[in-house]
Design a protein around this ligand. Structure first.
Ligand code: MF3
Ligand code: CO
Ligand code: CO
Length: 273
């Protein structure tokens, strides 16, 4: 979610700017997050074999919507309209090559050999949200594109491995940024991970860059996403005229992976495996 927009939808002036607005989920709520997280992960797995040259991003969207309804769940993106955005017109985000995130599926967009595509799904089941994404290879992308995708996934896992009670939000960002930059990639600054639960986007924000030891202290029951976007070139981004699609300023490739995770008594649980 966009940093500024996240602030504008979640900031409550009657609360202090830090620590407030962060909810700790009960055991019963964590059970629901587990169920919707697994369902969202299964949707990505269901769509994966469709990711082939010649398929349109609209076809991926339509199958996602059909499958989601068949499971008795709801597609959270469809009609989602945070401040400053028109309602999102589709059920999933499909972000190809230089599209960083929030790409809008279209019948005119046909995947071709050598593309990379992030599919980002968010489901609602029993009032709780599960948010996950993966970047897939279409056919056989060039080695640098494959490396970008591998490094992005590993950077997410390194961020997740920092999560435990007492650790800081900055530890997550530092682990991601260090690994990304050591491999020659940059980390998008303006889009961050987010608390998730009854609402799609909640406090806290989880930047994918930062300093070890800095930021909010993690506590058991916190639930949030970790969703780094790594660029081949500069981290600068811009938003297209549709007010959703985010692309790299330099038009080089970007990749993203996302899991919804909880801080447990001893470490971390990934809901979207
Ligand atoms: N799933 C995205 C995220 O990870 C948000 C998409 S908002 C939408 O935060 F409206 F574009 F779907
Ligand atoms: Co998210
Ligand atoms: Co997402």
């Amino acid at each position: 979610m966009n940093n500024q927009n996240l602030l504008s939808i979640s900031q409550n002036p009657s609360r202090s700017p830090t620590n407030q607005g962060i909810v700790l989920l009960s055991r019963r709520e964590l059970d629901r997050m587990r169920r919707v997280g697994k369902l969202a992960a299964n949707l990505l797995r269901h769509l994966e074999p469709m990711v082939q040259p010649g398929v349109s991003t609209q076809a991926l969207n339509d199958e996602a919507e059909r499958w989601t309804q068949a499971q008795g769940a709801i597609s959270a993106p469809l009609g989602y309209a945070p401040d400053g955005h028109p309602p999102f017109p589709r059920s999933i985000c499909t972000s190809v090559n230089e599209v960083v995130c929030h790409g809008i599926p279209s019948p005119k967009q046909i995947l071709k050999d050598g593309d990379i595509i992030n599919i980002d799904v968010t489901l609602i089941l029993d009032g709780y949200h599960g948010d996950t994404s993966k970047t897939f290879l279409v056919g056989n992308p060039p080695t640098p594109a494959q490396k970008l995708v591998e490094v992005t996934q590993e950077s997410m896992m390194r961020g997740i491995n920092e999560v435990k009670p007492g650790a800081r939000v900055g530890d997550i960002g530092a682990a991601i940024q260090t690994y990304a930059e050591a491999n020659g990639f940059s980390v998008v600054r303006e889009m961050v991970g987010h608390g998730v639960g009854r609402q799609f986007h909640m406090e806290p924000q989880i930047p994918h860059y930062g300093n070890r030891g800095a930021g909010l202290k993690l506590r058991p029951g916190m639930v949030f996403t970790i969703e780094p976007m790594l660029n081949e070139g500069h981290y600068g981004i811009k938003v297209l005229g549709d007010r959703w699609t985010v692309i790299t300023k330099d038009k080089k490739r970007s990749a993203q992976f996302e899991h919804t995770v909880a801080v447990t008594e001893t470490g971390v649980e990934i809901f979207t495996l």
